[in-house]
Design a binder for this molecule. Structure first.
Ligand SMILES: Nc1nc2c(ncn2[C@@H]2O[C@H](COP(=O)(O)OP(=O)(O)OP(=O)(O)O)[C@@H](O)[C@H]2O)c(=O)[nH]1
Ligand SMILES: [Mg+2]
Length: 478
């Protein structure tokens, strides 16, 4: 690929002397900051990243999972098929294709699955196994299959909660067991299930261990967390002592095993199955289709990133050489010339986003002014200057800061574009309008990811290696 540079890339701005001055006063704190890097302190100083995280407090507004119809599930399957086909197009012999296609075929038959899959989960020893035993021997209300998961919330176990949740996501209904009021982690897990649109019944088991008023207050608390979806059970109540006074005055005592109390559970379960049975299966199918699509997309993005990386590197060093040769310290020119439009086109091609030169120029210009507005140009120049200095380069050649900064900014721009493109839907209609908000967020994120001192040190060394003749590098590399 021949790379034609339309315009020189100009970086500079505050100038070396200012960078050096700032370095003096910050030197100590930089040493302490270590991995957090210079940028964080600069950013905080400038108040840049001090946005408020205004997270709404957790609450269950709506507990029932939204029912999914057959058509919606089919659409999700088709979407995953599109991504798999695209993967096949871009990497004919990809090792994952066979299993992806196999899973896809299974999804089609999954739509007509008759047996409802129920996952029984909860912390260690809450009564999962016993509940399954009792339900199975009780004559089941419908055709279903009960599956116990590994216990949740254990630090030392061969199966992580994430793995258990992944397994649960393949079931249609979840029975979530607890023996009392919910812990924070239990509540969080319930919310995750809700977010995954999983139909869940909260089962308050071992209620026989409570006195009547205690039991009522636990139940009330649980119902507030999950209105309409809580049942109380005692699948294996402790034996109770029975005393009998005989006519002759003697007293007989023995232990009696009360029958399991699962009436509320079977009632709720049959109601759920009767009302939503097939919808539950379609919902599960959709969940699986989305997971399959994500897996295929992941592979696709990996392949594309492997292709994009050398492209970014190529433009990065072109930018470095250009800025090194023409060190114009003008921040305002950067707004229009920071990012090479041809790089935008090349990266767009890899991600199937066809862009005209004009569009690419707009994207490049937009990104340039975003980087300027976010203060990234200033921060980069300062940081590169600092790293150069802390590597004890006594002679900093003119244009070196500009050259390395230009390379660094090009890299951040390229990686941001890649990440932005990765998030785009794989659809038939490419050439989506640029989502500026998203692009801005991505830029900030990628910039922060690449601001670690360790990374910068390595990057600056690479840049110096490329820009300076051997003799001047002795001190830096040595
Ligand atoms: N009092 C009382 N004890 C119960 C009840 N349900 C289960 N248990 C007891 O709790 C203990 C654990 O029961 P399991 O069914 O093995 O619990 P589990 O959740 O499968 O346990 P793990 O698989 O080890 O996580 C056993 O001793 C049960 O007899 C109940 O309703 N009331
Ligand atoms: Mg068990």
């Amino acid at each position: 690929m021949v790379v034609k540079l339309e315009r020189p890339i100009l970086v500079g701005g505050l100038g070396l002397s200012f960078s050096l001055w700032i370095l003096q006063s910050w030197h100590d704190s930089i040493l302490q900051l270590g991995e957090f890097g210079l940028f964080s302190s600069l950013a905080v100083g400038g108040g840049l990243w001090l946005w408020q995280k205004n997270r709404p407090k957790a609450s269950w507004e709506q507990v029932d999972c939204t029912p999914v119809d057959r058509a919606t599930a089919q659409k999700a399957i088709a979407a995953s098929e599109t991504v798999i086909n695209q993967l096949a197009k871009e990497a004919e012999n990809h090792s994952s294709l066979a299993t992806l296609r196999e899973q896809l075929a299974q999804l089609f038959s999954e739509l007509d699955r008759q047996e409802i899959k129920i996952a029984v989960t909860g912390a260690k020893g809450v009564g999962k196994s016993t509940l399954i035993e009792v339900l199975n021997s009780n004559g089941s209300p419908g055709k279903f299959n009960l599956q116990e998961t590994a216990p949740l919330f254990r630090e030392t176990t061969d199966k992580s909660d994430v793995a258990v949740l992944a397994e649960i996501s393949k079931s249609d209904v979840v029975l979530f067991l607890t023996n009392g009021d919910l812990t924070d982690t239990e509540f969080q897990t319930l919310q995750q299930l809700k977010a995954a649109n999983q139909s869940t019944i909260l089962v308050f088991n071992k209620q026989d261990q409570y006195l009547a008023d205690e039991r009522a207050s636990v139940l009330l608390s649980l119902q507030q967390r999950m209105p309409g979806n809580v049942v109380a059970t005692a699948v294996s109540p402790v034996p109770i002592k029975v005393r009998k006074y005989e006519a002759d005055g003697t007293v007989q005592e023995w232990l009696e095993q009360p029958a399991p109390d699962i009436a509320q559970l079977t009632q709720q379960l049959s109601a759920v199955l009767a009302q939503q049975g097939q919808n539950l299966v379609w919902t599960t199918t959709m969940r699986k289709a989305l997971a399959l699509k994500a897996e295929a997309k992941n592979w696709l993005n990996k392949i594309r990133r492997d292709r994009a990386t050398p492209v970014i590197e190529q433009y990065q060093w072109i930018a470095a050489a250009t800025a090194f040769a023409n060190p114009v310290p003008a921040l305002d020119i950067l707004a229009t010339a920071a990012i090479n439009a041809q790089m935008v086109i090349d990266l767009g091609n890899i991600y199937q986003q066809k862009l005209s030169l004009e569009q690419a120029q707009t994207v490049a210009g937009t990104m340039g002014s975003l980087m300027l507005k976010l203060g990234l140009v200033e921060l980069s120049t300062k940081a590169v200057g600092t790293v150069l200095k802390s590597n004890a380069i006594t002679f900093v050649a003119g244009g070196l800061v500009q050259g390395v900064s230009a390379a660094y900014l090009t890299r951040v721009a390229g990686l941001s574009l890649v990440e932005y493109f990765e998030q785009q839907e794989i659809a038939l209609d490419s050439g989506n309008a640029l989502n500026l908000d998203k692009l801005r967020q991505t830029l900030q994120k990628v910039f922060q990811q690449n601001q670690q001192m360790a990374f910068l040190q390595g990057f600056v060394q690479q840049g110096v290696k490329r820009l300076l003749p051997q003799t001047q590098q002795v001190e830096l590399i040595g």
